[in-house]
Design a protein around this ligand. Structure first.
Ligand code: MSP
Length: 525
């Protein structure tokens, strides 16, 4: 049986059009899925929409729609976007689906019966858009600490989850599972800001609105949206249902990806709920930063929003995916700017990658009638040095990606591209041709094609079409030669014929014009 790899994205609030920031998580999740597929693993990717709560009810009303009608339309919109972004999800869960709702009800009753949930009274400051209660001390200048908006005082009879009971177990889990939280600094933040000061019990029901899952034994209460939403990761796999084959196969998840704003829910509440249910915890929860603009968060009112469709339509999917993944550092936000986008396009994609492939295909045509020399000879001492350094780059890439340092792992691939470009200058094939050094020339062409093949494999999880385009140009048709396990050694390139006339994969853009174009789009023109 193959190893399995289960990846989840957060389920999205269907409260408006998704901008490039929202698309980041999903592109990342999809890339990790494709990477693990290449490694021959049985992968499963879950995404979906988080459809209950007062905010959604209000947005639906504002749009003159029934909540269910509204959320279904929004879920379709999300699916359409994921299709455009070529996100290969295995399941898309909506929290208003029966398969989810009935299990959330079952879970609630179970937690109630075993004493983890108890009935009490809640009084506190509530942020409607965030659907979160805060204590007075958590407020920042009297406003919501998460979104900065006004909060209102609310009181209600409510059910609580006994978080305190699990605090020590959670701390111990953090300490004994170094891979559980990535990057690690989020662990320190959770411990210092939330766990050490003392975990408060969590209010897990609401009575102020009814757009939620009713508690079976007390239906005037609906389940708190976060308890409802977090459970999607297991209800989608059939937890507590008649058929839990998927759960048995894929749980615990290998990696659950979340943005930094929802880290607390996933790093504290989620593992505690799982402990209460006696289920194993995910292997890694990967927290990422945000894509922001030079002047801060993206917002329509600031006139600085950019939607993924805009970039995909004009510059192609792969350039869009590349930019998002490449521009997000591990420990700070990634910045989108038209200048940076066009620069990455012109330099990384066009100058570095596209030119490397194009020059090489032309040379193989010119010197060997398009037929790639078969063998890995070291006719030239430069070849051996190149191989050593290039293989080392691949190792560097693997180390970074294993640790989910995505932008840095892409950087390593581009170092390999730069090293391969340098190899052309070092071997100077045009000179070798002139001097009729046929063996050296053959070895140079072999090495170029072999390392371009490896580069195509490395980029394929992130930029599938570009990788296929490269394989096609260099004549690598056999799928086996496109797999991960062929990266470690150099292979014999038997009967490989490059295409007669290489088309550039990326054409240089007129920077000024494109920057102007993007600026106008962002202003909403
Ligand atoms: N519904 C909750 C998640 C529940 S999971 C059980 C939610 N939804 S959301 O639509 O607001 O956000 C979905 C994801 O998009 C979150 O991980 C969030 O961090 C991410 N992003 C939203 N804006 C973002 C950027 N500007 N940049 C990167 N990610 C961003 O939270």
């Amino acid at each position: 049986m193959k190893d399995t790899f289960y990846i989840t994205t957060p389920i999205y609030y269907p409260s408006g059009k998704f901008h490039i920031g929202t698309a980041y998580t999903t592109v990342l999740a999809d890339s990790l899925k494709k990477l693990n597929q290449l490694k021959n693993k049985d992968t499963y990717l879950l995404t979906g929409t988080d459809e209950h709560g007062q905010k959604i009810q209000q947005v639906a009303m504002k749009n003159g729609k029934e909540p269910k009608e509204y959320v279904d339309e929004m879920a379709d919109m999300a699916k359409k976007l994921w299709k455009t972004m070529e996100i290969e999800y295995n399941d898309f869960i909506q929290t208003t689906e029966k398969r989810h709702e009935v299990i959330v009800q079952k879970v609630f009753e179970r937690l109630l019966a075993q004493g983890d949930i108890y009935k009490g009274k809640y009084e506190g400051m509530y942020c409607v858009p965030c659907e979160t209660y805060f204590t007075e001390t958590q407020l920042v200048n009297g406003k919501c600490p998460d979104c900065g908006r006004d909060v209102i005082k609310m009181e209600e009879e409510a059910y609580f989850f006994n978080m305190k009971k699990y605090a020590d177990r959670l701390l111990e889990y953090y300490e004994t599972h170094p891979d559980f939280i990535k990057p690690e600094y989020h662990k320190t933040e959770m411990i210092n800001n939330f766990i050490k000061p003392g975990l408060e019990d969590l209010c897990v029901t609401r009575t102020k609105f009814d757009w939620g899952i009713p508690v079976l034994s007390d239906p005037k209460h609906v389940v708190y949206v976060w308890l409802d939403a977090l459970l999607n990761y297991i209800t989608a796999l059939g937890y507590l249902s008649e058929d839990d084959t998927l759960l048995k196969k894929y749980w615990p998840a290998n990696v659950q990806i979340v943005g930094k704003d929802i880290a607390r829910f996933h790093l504290i509440y989620w593992p505690i709920f799982l402990m209460a249910l006696n289920l194993p915890l995910p292997k890694t929860i990967l927290v990422h930063n945000w894509i922001v603009m030079k002047d801060g968060k993206m917002s329509k009112s600031k006139g600085n929003v950019i939607y993924p469709e805009t970039l995909v339509e004009r510059y192609g999917l792969d350039a869009t995916r590349y930019f998002l993944l490449r521009e997000m550092p591990v420990n700070q936000d990634g910045i989108f700017s038209p200048e940076a986008f066009i620069e990455r396009y012109n330099f990384d994609l066009c100058n570095d990658l596209s030119n490397l492939v194009n020059r090489t295909v032309s040379m193989v045509n010119k010197y060997f009638d398009g037929k790639v020399p078969e063998n890995q000879t070291h006719a030239n001492p430069i070849d051996e040095q190149f191989e050593k350094e290039a293989q080392n780059q691949i190792i560097q890439f693997e180390e970074k990606i294993e640790n989910f340092e995505i932008a840095d792992s892409l950087k390593e691939i581009w170092q390999l591209i730069a090293r391969t470009n340098k190899y052309i200058d070092e071997t100077a094939p045009w000179q070798l041709a002139k001097e009729q050094e046929t063996e050296k020339l053959a070895s140079s062409m072999y090495h170029l094609i072999e390392y371009i093949r490896k580069i195509a494999i490395l980029i394929s999880p992130f930029m599938k079409d570009t990788a296929q385009n490269i394989f096609n140009q260099i004549g690598i048709k056999d799928k086996k030669l496109q797999m991960w396990d062929t990266l470690k050694t150099n292979i014999k390139l038997e009967n490989i014929q490059v295409i007669p006339q290489g088309e550039p994969i990326f054409m240089r853009l007129k920077a000024d014009e494109e920057i102007e174009y993007l600026k106008n789009i962002m202003k909403g023109n």
